[in-house]
Design a protein around this ligand. Structure first.
Ligand code: ADP
Ligand code: MG
Length: 361
């Protein structure tokens, strides 16, 4: 799995059967800076050549295979001991609405097969979209599998580049959608002003003052009001989006902007959680769970419920999505559906993805 944050590739080793999903190992494999720059250059709307797309596809395939082979070596495992790789790919464009909806993930799965000798399952999102769905989020079925609890109404919140939540309330229909930006805008601003990939623990944001007018302007963006199903990405919440809202606030200090952007992530999440009056707890995963300022602020605004990391409940927040795509790959190999129409808006449940079988050697 590599998400919109472009912080790296998360690889998990998992044992999956009908009942259980057990994580046996995991690594985070960093993105080479040059590749990260190239990906960033194509996923925010600039003109791009087909050659660039092809070359990124090739390089990502190599990177994913290297990451997988690294984990196998670390675990002293042979390719023959692995049933399959579930590979999400790198989203470079996600356009789930309009007359010609599509989503594009790069990372050549053929190359992964050739470099690992393991069957790959990839291209998960487009089948759901072919049935009229958003193609996202696809993790809610997995959240239901591993985090739902008979006596507790839970919301699972993943704070990646984009934040998404899943409602798990007993037998009620599962809802899941992107609430809006997670770490994405925070990372962009920290990168521009601190020359760092992210605002460690939210310390910089903590040093600033939230500007309520700017916050209100940004929260009035139509995305936040749109009803689900909905999903979004870097092609919408990006540096240009930020610039548009910041222009009237030119005199704000950089740390006040960071404080306000952190609050935007928090408030857009809290506004959604407050729509559900039966919630007992909010379980947080993804990199944003490590931002202690963000977590403290979330807990403060949601003091009537339990706010905790999934790690506290025995589920690694760093690997939840990677594990989800391992499980989705297992579903595909068993010809079982992976999407939830109540979440994505697809007209039906469907098997997801394409299988790239390894050669028998
Ligand atoms: N210690 C930390 N403090 C603040 N933010 C963090 C920390 N560790 C990770 N993050 C944030 O988490 C992001 C990565 O989250 P991740 O769940 O991998 O997102 P994605 O799925 O989009 O790749 C980083 O870009 C950063 O913004
Ligand atoms: Mg990541």
């Amino acid at each position: 799995m590599s998400g919109t944050s472009l912080d790296g590739v998360d690889v998990v080793l998992a044992e999956i059967d009908d009942q259980n999903v057990v994580q046996l190992g995991a690594i985070a494999f960093p993105f080479p800076m040059e590749l990260k720059k190239q990906i960033l250059s194509i996923c925010q709307g600039q003109a791009v050549t087909l050659a660039t797309i092809g070359e990124i596809d090739y390089q990502l395939g190599t990177l994913y295979a290297d990451a997988i082979n690294y984990l196998l070596k670390q675990q002293s495992l042979l390719a023959t001991e692995i049933t399959a790789i579930g590979c999400h790919g790198q989203t470079v464009w996600h356009q789930p609405t309009g007359q010609k909806p599509f989503t594009m993930q790069l990372g050549d799965n053929n190359r992964i097969v050739a470099l690992t000798n393991i069957t790959v399952v990839g291209d998960f999102r487009r089948r759901d979209m072919a049935y009229g769905g958003q193609g996202a989020p696809l993790v809610p079925a997995f959240h239901h599998k591993v985090v739902s609890h008979p006596d507790e109404n839970r919301i699972i919140l993943n704070i990646g580049g984009i934040a998404n939540l899943t409602t798990l309330f007993g037998n009620s229909i599962i809802k899941g959608y992107d609430t809006g930006p997670g770490n994405m805008l925070l990372d962009i601003w920290a990168n521009q002003h601190l020359n760092k990939p992210y605002d460690n623990n939210g310390d910089w944001a903590r040093s600033g003052q939230v500007n309520e007018l700017l916050l209100a302007d940004m929260l009035a963006d139509p995305y936040f009001k749109r009803p689900a199903p909905k999903s979004t990405g870097r092609e919408y919440f990006n540096a240009a989006w930020l610039q548009k809202y910041l222009t009237p606030y030119i005199s704000l200090s950089a740390q006040d902007v960071q404080a306000t952007l952190t609050q935007l992530t928090i408030r857009s999440i809290v506004d959604q959680v407050l729509l559900y009056d039966q919630v007992d707890c909010l379980l947080v995963c993804g990199g944003g769970a490590k931002n202690s300022y963000l977590m403290a602020s979330l807990s403060e605004l949601l003091s009537h419920i339990v706010v905790a990391t999934t790690d506290k409940y025995g589920l690694s927040g760093d690997n939840m999505e990677a594990l989800a795509f391992a499980w989705l790959a297992a579903r595909t190999l068993s010809s079982m559906p992976g999407n939830l129409p109540s979440v994505t808006g697809a007209s039906q449940e469907t098997i997801l993805g394409a299988i790239y079988p390894a050669n028998n050697v």
